[in-house]
Design a protein around this ligand. Sequence first.
Ligand code: URA
Length: 282
Amino acid sequence: MPLALIWNFNCGLSCVEPKKNFWGEGGGASGPWPSPPKNHMPPERLQKFLSRAGVASRRAAEELIRAGRVSVNGLVVTEMGVRVDPARDVVQVDGRRVQAEAAPLTVMLHKPYGYISSRRDPQGRRVVMELLPASLRGRLYPVGRLDYEATGLLLLTSDGELAYRLMHPSRQVPRTYRVTVSGEVSQGALRQLREGIELNGRPVAAEVAVKKREEGKTVLEISVWEGRYHLVKRLLEQVGHPVLKLKRLALGPLRLGRLARGAYRPLTAAELAAVKAEVGLK
Ligand code: URA
């Protein structure tokens, strides 16, 4: 199936490649395209549309397309390069209609103690989604995990590509935690953490500073560049200091700041631009 044919279903035989842009801007009033309706989304690549709709990352969406699981206006698409108009084209994955919101939403939540960082919990424990209004619960997905007893910055987004990139180890997005550990952390232990501790056959280095020393406890600020399961706890366990308390203060360029425990807020435009730039998205 030639790609242009798939894309042109909506406009029939009169549809030709625009000279200047999709809407014929610059081509004069005689162009074959109507004025764009208000809020109309320009056409976009099928895999981008699928990731924006939260179906999968762009790369995984490409695999869905290659596997013949995606159709546009009733026809299966297996090649890359197809563009869709979110307002007009009917996109289906495994026969189910997929719709993407006009603009993805990303919020920062201050996760309190005693919540699971997922959409639901088979064991019936409280989940972070309960801290959001019902209107957002169906749209947003947590970006990575904070442990049940951990607190602090948790990002939730409807932007599949942003989530995928933030979590991908190759992006090395820094995560900074304030951690209270048992015992008095020695200079030797700090050096070991900075030089790298071997976990599952691979060394993981951290940036670490002592913030406070108390009777039998030490408060540290520690940054790591990946989001492996229980990473901070495992690193500190390896140097003999079990974690008592863990709070995420920052993720890439985002700071928790004074956001109240249990509260959430959308990212500002500047924060969104910064976090996208961090992972190579515009
Ligand atoms: N490292 C951990 O051990 N737990 C978290 O929740 C986050 C990082």
